[in-house]
Design a binder for this molecule. Structure first.
Ligand SMILES: Cc1cc2nc3c(=O)[nH]c(=O)nc-3n(C[C@H](O)[C@H](O)[C@H](O)COP(=O)(O)OP(=O)(O)OC[C@H]3O[C@@H](n4cnc5c(N)ncnc54)[C@H](O)[C@@H]3O)c2cc1C
Length: 386
C-alpha cells in the first residue's frame, strides 16, 4: 500500500497497528488524546497476550509476575492456587507508553489531539483534524469515533462497566478475585510494582453502580485487609477512584458487526474484541492491531475481517455464549466447591487463568477429565464419611 494511514487511539491496538505499519514503511499518523494517563484497567497479561508476539522481547516495562491466585466464591468459600505460569500485571501508562514509543521510533508521527469525527474527503480518503489520510483505523476504545461515524457504537446495554481504585503501595504478589451472588462479573485485586489495581466489573445483567461500589468496599473489608503487610498503609481515602466502560458483545453482534469498509477498519475495543467472561481485552487488542496492519499492507482490508473470523471471533463468541451460564447458573457456585476438592479441576482452572487453555479446547478437556474429577470428589466424600 502507498499513502497515509491515520490511527485514532494510541492504546495497545492502535500502537501495535502503527508499529507494524511504520516498520513496513507506511506513513502513519498516530492520534492519542491523553498519552500520560493511567487507564482504568487491571493490566493483567496472560499467555493469551504474550504468546506468539515478538513485541514482548522488545518492550522494556516493569511488571509484577504473579503466581498466586485466590478465588472466593459467592458463598465466600476460598481457594488458593499456585500457577505454573505467571500472570504479568502492568501499569497501563507504562504498557501503552512503551508500545507507542516503539511505533514512534519506527517512524509513526504522534499527534496529541482529540479526534471528534473523521470526515470523508471530497477526493477520497478522510480528513482527520485537518490532516488527510487514505485509510482511517478506529482504535479509540469503547467510544471510538470511527465506530461512531459508521453507526457501530456499542449501546448502553451492551457495555460492561467497572469501578475501582488505584491504591498506592507495595503489596504481596497475590491476585484475589471474588464473585458475588447475582453479579455477572467479579471484584479483583491486582498488585503492580508500586500500586495495586482494585476494581469490580459488571459484565452484564442489571446492576446499579452504587451497589458495585458497596460490594467493592465489602471485598476490601472482608478479603483484603489481612493481605496487607504490617507497616503498609491501605486506606481507600488515599486511593484514586475510577469508573470506565468496555464493550460487551453478544454472539450475534460478534457475528454480524462490520469490522472494515473500503478505507476504514476498527480494532481492539472499538471492534468489540473482549472476552465477556473475564473482561480481558489486551490480547485481542494486540492481535487485531497486528492483523489490521497486515491487511492494510496487503491493500485488502477485508482480509482483516477474515483473519479475525478465523483467529479470534470463534473464541470470543464462545465466551459470550458461556458468560450468562457461568455467572447466573449454579455452575459457578458448584464449580468452585468442586475446585476446592479436585486437583484435576484445579489444573484446568490454572490453565484457564494463565491462558494455557482456551474455551474451544475446554469442552474436550472437560470430557476427558470428568472421570478424574469424579474420582477426586469420591475420595473427598469417602474421607468425610469414614
Ligand atoms: C476496569 C477494566 C479492567 C480491565 N482489566 C483488564 C485486564 O486485566 N486484562 C486485559 O487483558 N484486559 C483488561 N481490560 C480490557 C482492556 O483494558 C481493553 O480491552 C484494552 O485496553 C483495549 O485496548 P484498545 O487499544 O483497543 O483501547 P484502549 O486501551 O481503550 O485505548 C484507546 C486509546 O484511544 C484514545 N482515544 C480514545 N478516543 C480518542 C479520540 N477521539 N481522539 C484521540 N484519542 C482517543 C484513548 O485515550 C486511549 O488511549 C479491562 C478493562 C476495564 C474497563
Amino acid at each position: 500500500m502507498t499513502g497515509k494511514v491515520a490511527i485514532i487511539g494510541g492504546g495497545p491496538s492502535g500502537a501495535v497497528c502503527g508499529l507494524h505499519l511504520a516498520r513496513a514503511g507506511i506513513d502513519v499518523l498516530l492520534f492519542e488524546r491523553n498519552p500520560r494517563r493511567e487507564k482504568p484497567c487491571g493490566g493483567g497479561l496472560t499467555l493469551r497476550a504474550t504468546k506468539g508476539s515478538s513485541i514482548w522481547r522488545e518492550l522494556q516495562i516493569d511488571g509484577s509476575k504473579v503466581y498466586r491466585l485466590r478465588l472466593i466464591s459467592p458463598s465466600r468459600r476460598q481457594i488458593d492456587l499456585e500457577l505454573e505460569a505467571p500472570i504479568r500485571i502492568v501499569s497501563r501508562r507504562h504498557l501503552d507508553g512503551a508500545l507507542r514509543r516503539l511505533a514512534i521510533s519506527a517512524g509513526a508521527t504522534p499527534i496529541e489531539e482529540t479526534v471528534r469525527k473523521p470526515v470523508p474527503a471530497s477526493k477520497g480518503g478522510w480528513r482527520i483534524n485537518g490532516y488527510h489520510a487514505d485509510i482511517v483505523v478506529g482504535a479509540g476504545g469503547v467510544n471510538d469515533p470511527v465506530a461512531r461515524y459508521h453507526g457501530l457504537s456499542f449501546p448502553r446495554e451492551r457495555r460492561g462497566r467497572a469501578v475501582g481504585y488505584f491504591v498506592r503501595g507495595t503489596f504481596p504478589r497475590r491476585i484475589v478475585c471474588r464473585f458475588f451472588p447475582g453479579l455477572c462479573g467479579y471484584a479483583w485485586w491486582f498488585p503492580r510494582p508500586d500500586h495495586a489495581s482494585l476494581g469490580i466489573e459488571l459484565l452484564g445483567g442489571k446492576f446499579k453502580l452504587e451497589r458495585a461500589w458497596s460490594l467493592l468496599k465489602q471485598f476490601v473489608r472482608q478479603d483484603l485487609h489481612h493481605l496487607i503487610p504490617p507497616g503498609e498503609k491501605f486506606d481507600l481515602k488515599d486511593a484514586r477512584p475510577y469508573a470506565w466502560a468496555e464493550p460487551l458483545p453478544d454472539p450475534k453482534t460478534l457475528e454480524t458487526r462490520p469490522l472494515n469498509g473500503r478505507d476504514w477498519l476498527v480494532v481492539g475495543d472499538a471492534a468489540g474484541l473482549v472476552d465477556t467472561i473475564t473482561g480481558e481485552g489486551i490480547p485481542y487488542a494486540l492481535i487485531s492491531g497486528e492483523l489490521a496492519a497486515k491487511a492494510i499492507q496487503a491493500g485488502r482490508l477485508v482480509e482483516y475481517t477474515n483473519a479475525l473470523q478465523n483467529e479470534i471471533l470463534p473464541e470470543l463468541k464462545l465466551a459470550a455464549r458461556l458468560a450468562p451460564m457461568f455467572y447466573f447458573s449454579p455452575l459457578l457456585r458448584s464449580s468452585l466447591f468442586v475446585l476446592a476438592k479436585s486437583r484435576t479441576l484445579q489444573a484446568v482452572t490454572k490453565d484457564m487463568a494463565t491462558g494455557h487453555q482456551n474455551y474451544r479446547g475446554f469442552k474436550m478437556r472437560m470430557l476427558r477429565d470428568t472421570p478424574s474429577i469424579v474420582k477426586d470428589l469420591g475420595r473427598y466424600l469417602t474421607g468425610r464419611i469414614l
